[in-house]
Design a binder for this molecule. Structure first.
Ligand SMILES: Cc1cc2nc3c(=O)[nH]c(=O)nc-3n(C[C@H](O)[C@H](O)[C@H](O)COP(=O)(O)OP(=O)(O)OC[C@H]3O[C@@H](n4cnc5c(N)ncnc54)[C@H](O)[C@@H]3O)c2cc1C
Length: 473
C-alpha cells in the first residue's frame, strides 16, 4: 500500500521546504523528496556559503587597511583553510536548523531521487512520485497535490570541460581549499561579480570576461558604470563585449588559457583557474514529466500566475520555473502555491516589487524598473540621486563610494525603481521595496524622518533630489 499525503514536494531547497512548512500550518500532511541535502542550492552551494566567503574577504580587506581607522595590526595573514571551515560551520548550523523545522512540522523526508508518474494503478491522475534511494530501493507515494521545486544547476558552455580543478563552476569554486594566484571569470552577472569582489579582496588577480557591453547587465546602467569604476580601481580587469570561445579553453602547466573575440579581434586570456558563471539551468531532466501534461518551454516548467502546471493539481515554483531565480522569490512562490491549493486568494508575485542584491564590495541592490526600462515602457521619468560621498555615516564607516538613485513617474510621482550601490545597501533596499508596495511618492519617502547619522539618509536625500531639493548636495 503506497503512503498518501495532502502534499508531496519534489526538492527540499528553499522553495520546497518553505512551501512544506506553510502547508503544515494550513493543516496539510506533507512529505518532501530530496536527493541530496535539505536546504538545496541556497544553503549548500549558493547564498549562504558565498556570503560567508564574501564576509571573510571583507574582513581581510578591512584589516589590511586598518590604519585608515587608526588601528595598527602588524602583518595580516590569511588562512583560507579556516575561512572554509567557518563557511562550513555556518552551513552545517543552518542545515541542522532546517532539519529541526522539518521535524517540528512533522514533515516526512524521503531521501532519494523522485520521479513524477503518469496515471497508473497507484493513482488515476498523474502526480504519484516514485522514489529511488541511493541503495536502489524504490517506493511510491501518492499526493493530493504535488509541488515541483527541483531548482537549477550551473549553465555550461558547449565544448568546455569542467574539470573542477582548473575550470570550475561556482559549485566547485566554493569548495576550493587554496586560493589561486589568478582567476578568469567568464560572465559578469551577479555570481561572477560576487566572486570577482571576494577574490580580489583576498588578493587574487581577477579578470572578468563579459559577453554584454557592461557587467551586471540587468541593473541600471549607472550602477554598472559605478561598479566597473570601483572594481577597476581595485585592479580587477573587466573585459566587455567579449565572446569566449569555450572550445578553445585548455590547461597546460597549471595554467588555463582561453580565447575570446573582443570587439571583433581575438584575444587570449591566461590564469591559474577559470570560473564559469553564465547563468543557471533549470532541473527538468529525468523527472518523468513527459508522462504528464506538464509543459516545458526553454528548459523551464511552464506555470500560470498561481503556479499551476497544465495538470492543475501539480504546481511548480522556484528556479525550475525560471523568472527571477532568487531564494526569496522561490520561498515566496512556494507560500503562494500552497495557499492557492488551500483556496486562499493570492496576489500574484509582481517582479517589479522584488529586491535584487549583489553582495560585492560595494554592494548593489535594486527594486523595480531601471531608467532605461521605464523609458522603454513609455514612462516619462524624472530621477533623483544622492552620493554616499556627501553622507556623514558613510565617511564614518570608511566606505563612501556609490549612490542611491530613484526612478520616478513624472505624471503620477510613483516610484518606479530604486537603485543602490554602496555600503550595506542590501539591507537598505527593503525600504525601496516597501515604497513600491505602498506606492509611495518621493515626498512621502523624504518626509519619513530618517535617523542621523545613518546610511539610509541617502534614500531620503535621493527622494528630495527628484525635485532638486536634496539638503546635503
Ligand atoms: C553561487 C550562488 C549564489 C547565490 N546567492 C544568492 C543570494 O545571495 N540570494 C538569493 O536570493 N539567491 C541566491 N542564489 C540563488 C538561489 O540559490 C536560488 O534561487 C534558490 O536556491 C532556488 O531555490 P529552489 O528551491 O528553487 O531550488 P534549489 O535550492 O536548487 O533546490 C532544489 C532541490 O531539489 C533537489 N532535487 C532536484 N531534483 C530532484 C529530484 N528529482 N528528486 C529529489 N530531489 C531533487 C536538489 O537536490 C535541491 O536540493 C545563489 C545561487 C548561486 C549558485
Amino acid at each position: 500500500m503506497s503512503q498518501e499525503f495532502d502534499l508531496v514536494v519534489l526538492g527540499g531547497g528553499i522553495g520546497g521546504y518553505v512551501a512544506a512548512i506553510r502547508a503544515t500550518q494550513l493543516g496539510m500532511s506533507v512529505a518532501i523528496v530530496e536527493k541530496d541535502k535539505m536546504g538545496g542550492t541556497c544553503l549548500h552551494r549558493g547564498c549562504i556559503p558565498s556570503k560567508a566567503l564574501l564576509r571573510s574577504a571583507e574582513v581581510f580587506a578591512t584589516i589590511k587597511e586598518s590604519e585608515k581607522y587608526g588601528v595598527r595590526t602588524g602583518s595580516v595573514e590569511l588562512d583560507f583553510g579556516l575561512v572554509q571551515q567557518r563557511k562550513r560551520s555556518i552551513t552545517d548550523q543552518l542545515h541542522k536548523g532546517v532539519e529541526y523545522l522539518m521535524n517540528k512540522g512533522k514533515i516526512k523526508i524521503y531521501q532519494g531521487f523522485g520521479r513524477v508518474m503518469g496515471p497508473s494503478i497507484f493513482s488515476p491522475q498523474a502526480g504519484a512520485v516514485r522514489i529511488e534511494t541511493a541503495d536502489g530501493e524504490q517506493e511510491i507515494i501518492v499526493p493530493r497535490f504535488l509541488l515541483i521545486a527541483t531548482g537549477s544547476r550551473p549553465r555550461l558552455l558547449p565544448g568546455l570541460n569542467i574539470d573542477g580543478i582548473h575550470i570550475m563552476t561556482s559549485d566547485e569554486a566554493l569548495e576550493m581549499e587554496q586560493l589561486p594566484a589568478s582567476m578568469i571569470i567568464v560572465g559578469g552577472g551577479v555570481i561572477g561579480i560576487e566572486w570577482a569582489s571576494l577574490l580580489s579582496d583576498f588578493g587574487v588577480d581577477v579578470t572578468v570576461i563579459e559577453y554584454g557591453d557592461r557587467i551586471l547587465p540587468t541593473e541600471d546602467a549607472d550602477i554598472s558604470k559605478e561598479l566597473t569604476r570601483i572594481l577597476k580601481k581595485r585592479k580587477v580587469k573587466i573585459v566587455t563585449n567579449a565572446k569566449v570561445m569555450s572550445e578553445s579553453a585548455h590547461t597546460a602547466e597549471g595554467q588555463v588559457s582561453v580565447q575570446a573575440e573582443v570587439n571583433g579581434g581575438m584575444q587570449t586570456f591566461t590564469a591559474e583557474k577559470m570560473l564559469l558563471s553564465v547563468g543557471r539551468q533549470a532541473n527538468v531532466e529525468n523527472l518523468g514529466i513527459e508522462a504528464t501534461e506538464i509543459n516545458v518551454e526553454k528548459g523551464q516548467i511552464v506555470v500560470n500566475a498561481t503556479y499551476q502546471t497544465a495538470e492543475p493539481h501539480i504546481y511548480a515554483v522556484g528556479d525550475v520555473i525560471g523568472g527571477i531565480q532568487l531564494a526569496h522569490v522561490a520561498a515566496h512562490e512556494g507560500i503562494l502555491a500552497v495557499e492557492h491549493m488551500n483556496n486562499h486568494l493570492i496576489e500574484p508575485l509582481d517582479p517589479t516589487k522584488v529586491s535584487k542584491c549583489t553582495y560585492s564590495r560595494p554592494e548593489v541592490a535594486s527594486v523595480g524598473l531601471s531608467e532605461t526600462e521605464a523609458k522603454q515602457q513609455g514612462y516619462s521619468v524624472k530621477t533623483g540621486k544622492f552620493s554616499f560621498k556627501s553622507l556623514g555615516k558613510a565617511l564614518v564607516f570608511g566606505e563612501n563610494d556609490g549612490f542611491v538613485k530613484l526612478v520616478v513617474d513624472e505624471k503620477t510621482n510613483d516610484v518606479l525603481g530604486v537603485h543602490m550601490i554602496g555600503p550595506h545597501v542590501t539591507e537598505m533596499i527593503s525600504e525601496g521595496a516597501l515604497a513600491r508596495v505602498l506606492d509611495a511618492t518621493p515626498w512621502e519617502i523624504a518626509h519619513t524622518i530618517h535617523p542621523h547619522p545613518t546610511l539610509s539618509e541617502a534614500f531620503a536625500e535621493a527622494a528630495l533630489d527628484v525635485e532638486g531639493l536634496a539638503i546635503h548636495s
